[in-house]
Ligand binder design. Structure first.
Ligand code: HAM
Length: 413
């Protein structure tokens, strides 16, 4: 065995330390409440799935499937992949559990860790967390609008103001197939000006050229035909209704004909919330409609729409940190065992209490009480009497040890 060495968390992953949990809890509980109140039920799917689910669902030509999956072979020679996103797995669960028999749409939400082998940078990690929501089993633009408004409320409710909603539509697969041909022809005419990567993808995924930051490609794409301009019939009407509903909800948006998103399952509505303050990784949450996905995964033709937001990017965009969690009482006592008993009694009364676990002097314990941010110090004297001291103002009162809990409870704001 090699000599002991200090280990580090793997590249692109991170530890979440206790001081950061308050912010995470705030984001999570805000999301939970919002989605629960809107009638979405929480679903949890495994952290890994069969590789083929993502290859089929997310699409063979996407960066996610081509370059970013953490895949491994298990002992039974099955290829498995740490989930890079949630939608394919949720659609798998919808089919597997026969949710088409439930009243439609089935409205689900989720949060948890996801994994992509991307090049790490600020806001881009290899293990990150998403909060997401999906409405499966309705084609109605009302569902698109409800979901977009919920994501807007999630972000604004957390105090993130400087966000922009980019909105587009990819139409239905048939119209998009014709458009793809048109775009491919256009790109071929300009092949010499495009990046090598885009050139190599002309056949499989010409739409990705809209995402390129290669200067020559960007210039070519500025003049490229757009899908938005080709929308017709039911697709155009669907998109008009989504826009009208967002207007009615007072949610501003910018039409973005170049919005293609990095997953292949989208049809019709696509959207992305960006926050400039995040820098290069400005996409804070995004989603869209995926009317063909469930059929691709072996289910009955079933439309669906949803989004996911990155928890770490939300946290980076927050301007105000939540107040730190502090105990109500810090027990100060020369006798550790006596303090132990009093703390347990306070906790039984649902008063949050802490005490010294390291044999500090009385003075050291008072310092610790101060550092803990506790509202009160309960000072137990040797003779069995007790004082309750309000740390901020220094006022002190005598309280019988047995009455400490009720005194603290009565003093709550
Ligand atoms: P996505 O745009 O790939 O969509 O990811 C959603 C969000 O996850 C992004 O906006 C971003 O905030 C966060 N995110 C993605 N990759 C990373 C990363 N490497 N590090 C940190 N955060 C990241 C989806 O995943 C779709 N499943 C959304 C959806 C749901 N579409 C329909 N329903």
């Amino acid at each position: 065995m090699s000599a002991a060495r200090k280990h580090k968390a793997p590249k692109g992953t991170f530890d979440i330390l206790p001081a950061e949990e308050a912010t995470r809890d705030l984001v999570a509980s805000h999301g939970d409440q919002l989605l629960d109140a809107a009638g979405y039920g929480r679903i949890e799917t495994p952290a890994f799935e069969e590789t083929e689910l993502f290859a089929r669902g997310v699409g063979e030509s996407t960066d996610i499937v081509n370059k970013e999956m953490f895949s491994f072979t298990d002992r039974g020679d099955r290829s498995l992949t740490l989930r890079p996103e949630g939608t394919a797995a949720i659609c798998r669960a919808y089919v597997e559990h026969g949710m088409h028999k439930d009243p439609q749409p089935v409205k689900l939400w989720y949060r948890g860790p996801f994994f992509r082998a991307e090049k790490p940078q600020k806001g881009r990690y290899r293990q990150f967390n998403q909060i997401g929501a999906e409405a499966i089993g309705t084609e109605s633009p009302l569902a698109d609008a409800e979901l977009i408004v919920l994501l807007d409320e999630l972000l604004r409710g957390l105090g993130i103001q400087d966000i922009e909603l980019r909105l587009g539509s990819l139409g239905s697969p048939e119209v998009r197939a014709a458009y793809r041909e048109e775009l491919r022809d256009y790109l071929r005419e300009h092949e010499g000006e495009l990046s090598g990567e885009i050139r190599s993808r002309l056949d499989t995924n010409p739409l990705r050229a809209f995402d390129s930051d290669h200067p020559g490609t960007v210039e070519v794409m500025a003049e490229a035909p757009t899908m938005l301009a080709r929308l017709e019939g039911d697709d155009a009407q669907h998109f008009e209704t989504v826009k009208r509903l967002l207007d009615r909800a007072g949610v501003p948006y910018r039409l973005d004909p170049s919005l293609v998103r990095g997953l292949d399952y989208y049809t019709r509505t696509v959207f992305e919330f960006t926050c400039e303050r995040l820098g290069a990784q400005s996409g804070i949450g995004g989603g869209g409609r995926y009317d063909g996905l469930i059929e691709t995964l072996g289910g009955q033709p079933t439309p669906g729409v949803g989004w996911a937001a990155g928890v770490e990017r939300i946290i980076l965009a927050l301007t105000e940190a939540p107040p730190p969690r502090v105990p109500e009482v810090f027990v100060v006592c020369g006798d550790g065992e006596q303090a132990f008993e009093l703390v347990l009694d306070l906790r039984r009364h649902r008063v949050s209490a802490q005490f010294d676990l390291a044999g500090r002097s009385f003075k050291g314990q008072m310092k610790q009480a101060d550092r803990s941010g506790a509202r009160f110090a309960a000072i137990l004297e040797q003779d069995g009497s007790a004082k309750l001291r309000e740390m901020a103002g220094g006022e002190q009162q005598d309280v019988a040890p047995g009455a400490l809990a009720e005194t603290v409870i009565a003093a709550r704001p």
